[in-house]
Design a protein around this ligand. Structure first.
Ligand SMILES: NC(=O)c1ccc[n+]([C@@H]2O[C@H](COP(=O)([O-])OP(=O)(O)OC[C@H]3O[C@@H](n4cnc5c(N)ncnc54)[C@H](O)[C@@H]3O)[C@@H](O)[C@H]2O)c1
Length: 509
């Protein structure tokens, strides 16, 4: 749903054949309701067709969990050659990720927190004893194959930027210095109006936003050539931009390109990177809460150019805890009257979020989680009156070592109240870096997989995001364990393994 102009709201949905439709309404509620109904009908129609097809070809059992060998391996291309990782925003998260990869390659540290490196997938029955590592089960790029570039408004190379970020110990950084110093930022596409708290000298110039997009496309092609990479990925680790809502300019490639040529102010820099990447057929992940690729134009481009997309906003500290605790309350039918979350952090991200426009973008991303997990519409007595508040306070002495407090007011049997307090003394970028690594490797896998590359949004990667992207009208799954099951079942499905439903009746036959 989007607002075309004041008082004109457009319902926007895809039918079962993949055709897009729009219809005009006078209120946003009416447009949203229409969109939800049509989307649900389309899903039902598609599911019905799949079942009919399956029954005809015998490829899926009517229980719906077994896959034929037709949809299996052979459709995933091998991970041959180097994988080029391009990062707009070479700050704390980006440098902690790249330095970490190099430290692991040198045998100086372990990839803790990375599902692709340390995780396993159970296959078959619990009694089968088959649990290969994720990286052995599906063909992922190896860490030795990763090569890097990035863009930033500051001229610091990755060693200098990592030193300034103050996340990693200087003794470790000194050992990585020769490598990190070679990664220097390309000039950024930047607009101070979108990130009010910072400004820097390393910025591209162009008459129109289309000119800037062309310059980014040149950078991408140049990196492809000079790095010798056979495949590329773009990973947005730039600052959080000011809050905006989609407009007419974001609704199709045609209107977006016109807006680029006309310097439309509703086109944020991150969208120009996304456009440039997708035009080059390069997958794009969004680690910040900005709209960026969460727009109809980007979905259209992504599907057309077979460049997978995913986002938004890495799920690292407080929201990670929220998406673990809230499902537990719902599972046990415990009520929630209030959830107050506050944070102090002192890194540059914290400074940027001190601006009300950037904070609003982050707030929207953090607030949606409880509504979706707890479903107050289905459980009005338990969650109909919950009060949810999120605060972020910039407090320089803490640097990257954020502290997130949660006060949770719940109620149980007969309405008796209880409280839970969470005090998470975390390290923001240490939690984010393994997510970046997994997303790089999984998006590259998606690009090499015939069944995934044309889908656009990679919803199976919701596991990594605070505000997972979905097609219009489909609500996102926020529950961490549903997200993990979705991810692992996607991998099983791609390899023709049986999906795991946890039914388990067969053990008692
Ligand atoms: N745990 C986490 O750290 C975490 C979790 C979720 C989301 N994020 C998001 O990830 C992003 C990066 O976080 P960070 O801690 O590394 O922040 P940071 O401030 O250290 O780094 C961001 C970098 O982006 C650069 N930048 C801003 N606009 C740019 C542009 N248009 N082009 C190129 N570079 C640009 C800045 O100069 C800065 O160096 C932020 O948006 C943050 O909200 C971080």
């Amino acid at each position: 749903m989007y607002q075309k102009k004041p008082g004109v709201f457009m319902a926007d949905w895809w039918d079962a054949d993949g055709n897009r439709h729009r219809k005009q309404f006078a209120t946003s509620a009416a447009a949203r309701e229409h969109e939800h109904r049509e989307t649900a009908l389309a899903h039902a129609e598609r599911a019905g067709r799949e079942m009919k097809l399956a029954a005809r070809t015998g490829s899926v059992k009517t229980s719906g969990v077994k896959r034929s060998s037709k949809t299996e391996t052979g459709t995933i291309e091998p991970a041959k050659g180097k994988l080029g990782v391009m990062i707009p925003g070479m700050g704390a998260v980006a440098t902690t990720f790249v330095a970490g990869v190099e430290a692991i390659r040198k045998g100086l540290a372990k990839p803790i927190g990375s599902l692709t490196q340390m995780g396993t997938v159970r296959l078959g029955k619990r009694t089968d004893g088959r649990s290969p590592k994720v990286k052995e089960f599906v063909p992922l790029a190896g860490l030795d194959d990763l090569v890097f570039t990035g863009w930033d408004i500051f001229e610091d190379n990755m060693y200098e930027a990592a030193s300034n970020a103050g996340v990693l110990d200087y003794r470790l950084l000194e050992q990585l210095k020769p490598f990190l110093s070679t990664i220097t930022p390309r000039a950024a596409v930047f607009d101070h109006n979108y990130v009010k708290k910072i400004d820097g000298p390393n910025v591209k110039k162009g008459k129109t936003k289309m000119d800037l997009a062309e310059q980014l496309r040149d950078d991408i092609r140049d990196f492809g050539k000079t790095s010798g990479a056979s495949r590329l990925i773009t990973m947005w680790c730039g600052s959080t931009e000011s809050y905006i809502e989609p407009t007419e300019a974001h609704q199709s490639v045609k209107s977006f390109e016109k807006a680029l040529r006309e310097n439309d102010e509703m086109i944020a820099p991150s969208m120009i990177y996304a456009y440039a990447s997708l035009m080059e057929g390069v997958p794009f992940a969004n680690g910040a809460p900005n709209l960026t690729v969460d727009l109809p134009v980007m979905l259209e481009l992504s599907r057309k150019n077979e460049a997978p997309i995913c986002g938004k906003d890495f799920k690292t500290g407080q929201t990670l805890m929220k998406t673990v605790l809230a499902p537990a309350f719902k599972a046990r039918l415990l009520g929630l009257s209030g959830w107050y979350s506050t944070n102090i952090l002192g890194n540059r991200d914290g400074e940027v979020l001190d601006d009300p426009g950037s904070f609003k973008t982050k707030e929207e991303s953090k607030l949606g989680v409880l509504e979706h997990i707890l479903q107050p519409g289905l459980y009005p007595e338990l969650y109909g009156n919950m009060y949810h508040k999120v605060r972020i306070n910039y407090y320089p002495p803490r640097g990257d070592n954020k502290e997130g407090w949660d006060n949770i007011d719940i109620f149980g049997w007969l309405g008796y109240p209880m409280q839970i307090k969470v005090d998470f003394l975390c390290r923001d970028s240490i939690l984010a870096a393994p997510i970046v690594l997994d997303l790089v490797l999984f998006l590259d896998l998606a690009k090499r997989t015939s069944e995934l590359r044309g889908l656009g949004i990679q919803e199976w990667l919701s596991f990594y995001f605070k505000s997972p992207m979905t097609p219009p009208g489909l609500y996102p799954e926020h529950d961490l364990f549903i997200q993990l099951m979705k991810l692992k079942n996607t991998l099983r499905h791609l390899k023709g393994e049986e999906l795991i439903t946890h039914l388990g009746l067969e053990y008692y036959d």
